[in-house]
Design a protein around this ligand. Structure first.
Ligand code: SF4
Length: 342
């Protein structure tokens, strides 16, 4: 893994943030591109947010990119451009929690700090055969204390990485390879045969599924241009650009949803036309089915009422704006249909 070579505080920090909720294979090309474009904290701090978001496009959980950018600025102004090794100072930076602070301190600074990610939680819950759900605060405290007790004082970074690897390769969520496990002789769950029931989890709630309408609103005077809007900086997918629209309310048809949302968010009246495409996507806490419609702009100059900004763009121009996967899929479909018709 590229971030394991020369594990400087900056490289460890960026890689650990990218690896949150994201698989190693997905992260690798993003990490390489990010390092090539922003090789130092200073380079990241000086870049426009939009460029950071563009490079992050497709990696999801965009708040991570905004926090990285904000934290880089703070590191430059408050810490003279050097990532601090002190836990308190690290935790004061946006997007750095106890896990990321522990990873930076142990891997990059060789400080015996514990870490606790999903893999480590599973290993420790099995080693100690913990019967309380791992989501509970008291279990989490117990696991942090155990991780702190175990961490190797001489090679903390190596130890923490080994513990994570043990979780990902041997002590897997299902079918852990106990007969080949190097710590099986200390494992209480293995001794008692309870490893399949550990860790204990709180049952998950049903994930809601929303129907969403989005509009490709065509300019009245310039038939090559359509409207895109920038989502509010704070909140989900903040700062990304999208085909404007929103969630269907009870009793509404999808064209009614789109008409209402465009009036609320941009103050414009439209006439909804044909459906271009349907895109499905699962976020961490809900799923959406996104219906994209062509629409004609009828009245009202766009205003940033529920969005941060807006632009009339061509398909080629739209390509340069950072967008979430769903909007990128709509744009790809739109680009195809525009090409077919020219
Ligand atoms: Fe996990 Fe099995 Fe090893 Fe215990 S013995 S730590 S359950 S792989």
């Amino acid at each position: 893994m590229p971030w394991r070579e020369h594990p400087s505080p900056y490289r460890v920090w960026v890689s650990e943030v990218m690896l949150q909720q994201t698989q190693v294979a997905t992260v690798r090309p993003y990490f390489d591109r990010f390092m090539a474009r922003f090789p130092t904290v200073q380079a990241l701090a000086e870049a426009p947010l939009e460029e950071v978001l563009k490079l992050w496009e497709g990696l999801g959980y965009y708040r991570r990119a905004r926090h990285l950018h904000q934290a880089a600025k703070l590191i430059v102004t408050k810490h003279h451009g050097a990532i601090p090794s002190d836990e308190k100072a690290l935790l004061a930076l946006p997007g750095i929690g106890r896990y990321t602070a522990g990873a930076i301190r142990s891997i990059a600074f060789n400080i015996p700090a514990p870490i606790l990610d999903g893999n480590v939680k599973r290993v420790l819950a099995r080693l100690d055969d913990i019967e309380t759900p791992i989501e509970r605060a008291e279990t989490e405290r117990q696991l942090w204390a155990r991780a702190a007790e175990l961490v190797d004082p001489d090679q903390p970074g190596l130890f923490n990485q080994a513990l994570m690897e043990l979780g990902s390769l041997v002590c897997r969520p299902t079918q852990p390879a106990c007969p080949h496990c190097p710590v099986s002789t200390f494992c209480q769950a293995y001794a008692r045969g309870t490893q399949a029931q550990r860790p204990v989890r709180v049952p998950r709630k049903r994930i809601p599924h929303y129907q969403v309408a989005a509009g490709i609103v065509w300019h009245r005077a310039d038939p090559d241009r359509f409207l895109i809007a920038q989502r509010p900086a704070e909140g989900m997918l903040g700062g990304l650009w999208e085909f404007p629209g929103g969630k269907q309310e009870p009793g509404e048809s999808l064209p009614q949803t789109l008409t209402r949302e465009l009036m609320e968010e941009l103050g414009i009246q439209v006439e909804v036309g044909e459906k271009l495409t349907v895109v499905k996507h699962a976020f961490s806490h809900f799923r959406i089915t996104l219906h994209a419609f062509h629409a004609r702009h009828r009245a009202g100059e766009p205003q940033p009422l529920g969005v941060d900004d807006w632009r009339w763009v061509t398909v080629e121009e739209a390509d340069a704006f950072p967008m979430a996967k769903t909007d990128r899929a709509i744009l790809a479909k739109l680009t195809d249909s525009v090409k077919r018709n020219t």
